[in-house]
Design a protein around this ligand. Structure first.
Ligand SMILES: [Zn+2]
Length: 302
């Protein structure tokens, strides 16, 4: 699943390529066969999609922001499109053409890669280009919220601290995670109601860098360990953004290209490989912790 650095990379792409343009049409192939989305504010519900279309066509894209792992696309007239990419979703930008009932890119290069061909949503833009959502497993969420209601929206109001905001401090990081004193630290880092944007990749990497074993209980971390984890969490998320996100799985940037953070992993999916920490003779092991697979060094992470 895309985490903070991947979502931020997409938001930066939308800012660069789509801001200032007007939405002239929108199409989706999402359906609601199971009835799960009946009555919900999700474009998989056909009634909602009809309203969504009526409201966004003709609106100008003013800005794009990120809240946790959600992409926010601010439109004129106080509307914001919210996209959560979930497992396999990613937003693409380029020239597309509708053939029968499917959209294909007219671009050569990365957009034509097989990973980018699961087009479920297409926003046509005033410059004849398109924002498209590729989503192989169809778990992504697309909805519309009045911009002024974003903080109180049910899609966002449960979310915790933003780790790259200026108001994120070691004190509020510690006191927020300590609301769950008996959680293992790995589980606490993944809990989006505490701190947002961190998933399996960046939690494994932050704990490796901070020398902390993922099964340590939140209540048992020392002052020094909180400081280290705070610092390394921020550093690894920033590094993820600097490397254009992580494309070990399905994530691609807005031009369909892979990020490079997967080449920088020290722990995530390095099972049985020697630890890269200077002077450490351990190896990376994999263990299921709080239902999620966790990768960590069997020696220096204590
Ligand atoms: Zn090690």
């Amino acid at each position: 699943m895309p985490e903070l650095p991947e979502v931020q990379t997409t938001v930066l792409g939308i800012k660069k390529y789509a801001v200032g343009k007007t939405i002239t049409d929108v199409w989706t192939s999402y359906t609601n066969q199971s009835g799960f989305h009946n009555g919900k504010d999700n474009i998989k519900n056909a009634d909602f999609f009809a309203e969504f279309k009526k409201k966004i066509v003709g609106k100008k894209i003013l800005d794009s922001k990120r809240r946790a792992k959600n992409i926010l696309i601010n439109l004129s007239e106080d509307l914001t499109i919210l996209i959560h990419m979930k497992m396999t979703g990613h937003v693409l930008f380029g020239k597309y053409k509708k053939e029968k009932d499917a959209w294909k890119t007219l671009e050569k290069g990365p957009l034509a890669d097989s990973f980018n061909q699961f087009i479920r949503v297409v926003f046509s833009l005033s410059d004849k280009k398109h924002l498209a959502l590729s989503d192989m497993r169809r778990f992504a969420k697309v909805t519309l919220i009045e911009t002024k209601n974003l903080p109180s929206s049910l899609h966002l109001k449960h979310l915790g601290l933003e780790p790259l905001e200026k108001n994120f401090t070691v004190e509020n990081f510690k006191s927020t995670l300590l609301k769950r004193p008996h959680y293992k630290i790995k589980k606490a880092l993944l809990d989006q109601t505490l701190v947002v944007g961190i998933g399996n990749i960046y939690s494994d990497e932050a704990l490796w860098r901070a020398d902390i074993h993922p099964e340590r209980l939140v209540k048992d971390l020392s002052k020094k360990e909180w400081e280290k984890l705070f610092k390394e969490t921020i550093a690894v998320l920033k590094k993820g953004i600097d490397f254009g996100g992580d494309s070990m799985s399905d994530y691609r940037n807005i031009l369909g290209e892979k990020g490079k953070f997967q080449e920088e992993h020290n722990a995530y999916r390095r099972t049985n490989l020697p630890c890269k920490k200077k002077g450490c003779r351990g190896k990376i092991v994999r263990k299921i912790i709080a239902t999620r697979s966790s990768h960590f060094c069997n020696t220096h992470q204590k």
